[in-house]
Design a protein around this ligand. Structure first.
Ligand code: MTE
Ligand code: MO
Length: 319
């Protein structure tokens, strides 16, 4: 039993998913599973076997992304016990404790607004849209700490293309799940909730913008935004909205939670920028969780490939 399990894991881990899928199809043929068993399922559903989305379950990661940094990955315990998730409390250790019983299944994400093909997806359906990649990204919180995380997901652009944005769509608005019944700590969050975020459509279409279902090879822990969140490595961490339930394409720049809360401290763009101080502290340096010495913060958090999105813009004004 143990041996069989290990063998299964190895196949999905070291084999590119395309090959793995073909092998599955091949085996299905060999084993003579009747066409009837497959009837009614689309080719896409077959291509990426449904994975039940439960916290802590293993994900079939198809490939490591070329966008990954080679820097040391931050220990899992730091990433799961030093969180910002104000719906579950404002202390860093609170989300790990208070989100323990958060119900993340069943879960769906409504994609609407200025699109030709609006649709509500179950999180399982979302995960079928493309092979899952592991992307090791730097993540810089506006508070001055940073982490390096092996996230699992694929570019948000995959989903946006699927719903076919209309020409009038210029921005993407995101909204988190919100339920005081499950999130009693949210009463003391001190920010307007539900948590909302936004991107310009071209930012949202950038391949670095990750629709994220997991980390460290597994589904997301609740405190890190289960079952699906955004990860935007060139922006301060608060743009990376957790536990997503709504995505809406809109014409005008949408409101964003931290900007609503303190507009002079948190802008819409929130690009990591060591030359623009927060009104109450410098942004020039950061502390990697688990490390003692601080290191310099890089423009766009080191993701220079996004620079062209902002050419001609004053990034001091548009902070
Ligand atoms: N819904 C929601 N999303 C959120 C937050 C939050 O409080 N609520 N905090 C943000 C902030 S400030 C940061 S730094 C990151 C932290 O992600 P992590 O806890 O997985 O490291 O989540 C962001 N997404
Ligand atoms: Mo943050």
């Amino acid at each position: 039993m143990l041996i069989k399990k290990a063998a299964e894991i190895r196949v999905s881990e070291i084999t590119p998913q395309w090959l793995y899928v073909n092998r599955r199809r091949f085996l299905t043929g060999v084993l003579g599973v009747t066409a009837g068993a497959l009837a009614g399922r689309t080719l896409k559903e077959l291509a990426w076997p449904m994975q039940k989305v439960q916290a802590g379950s293993k994900l079939n990661v198809a490939q490591k992304s070329a966008f990954s940094t080679g820097e040391a990955v931050t220990p899992y315990d730091n990433v799961t016990h030093y969180n910002n998730f104000y719906e579950f409390g404002t202390e860093k250790e609170a989300p790990a404790e208070k989100a323990k019983n958060f119900r993340t299944s069943p879960w769906s994400v409504k994609v609407s607004g200025l699109v030709d093909k609006p649709r509500t997806y179950s999180v399982e359906e979302l995960m079928q849209l493309a092979p899952l990649e592991e992307r090791i990204y730097r993540h810089r919180c506006v508070e001055g700490w940073s982490i390096v995380v092996p996230w699992v997901g694929f570019s948000l652009s995959v989903l946006l293309k699927e719903v076919a944005p209309q020409a009038k769509a210029k921005f993407v608005a995101f909204e988190s799940f919100y339920d005081l019944g499950q999130m009693p700590e949210a009463r003391h969050a001190g920010i307007p909730l539900p948590y909302v975020e936004g991107l310009r459509l071209d930012e949202a279409m950038h391949p670095l913008a990750l629709l994220c279902f997991g980390m460290y090879g597994q589904t997301l822990p609740n405190q890190d935004g289960a079952p699906v969140r955004m990860v935007l490595p060139w922006k301060y961490g608060f743009k990376s909205i957790k536990s997503l339930v709504k995505i809406k394409l809109v014409e005008k720049q949408p409101p964003t939670t931290w900007n609503l809360s303190s507009p002079n401290e948190y802008g819409f763009y929130s690009n990591v920028n060591p030359t623009v101080d927060h009104p109450r502290w410098s942004q020039a340096k950061e502390r990697r969780l688990g490390e003692f010495f601080r290191r310099p913060t890089l423009m766009f958090n080191g993701y220079d490939q996004v620079a062209s999105l902002y050419s001609g813009m004053d990034l001091r004004k548009n902070f």
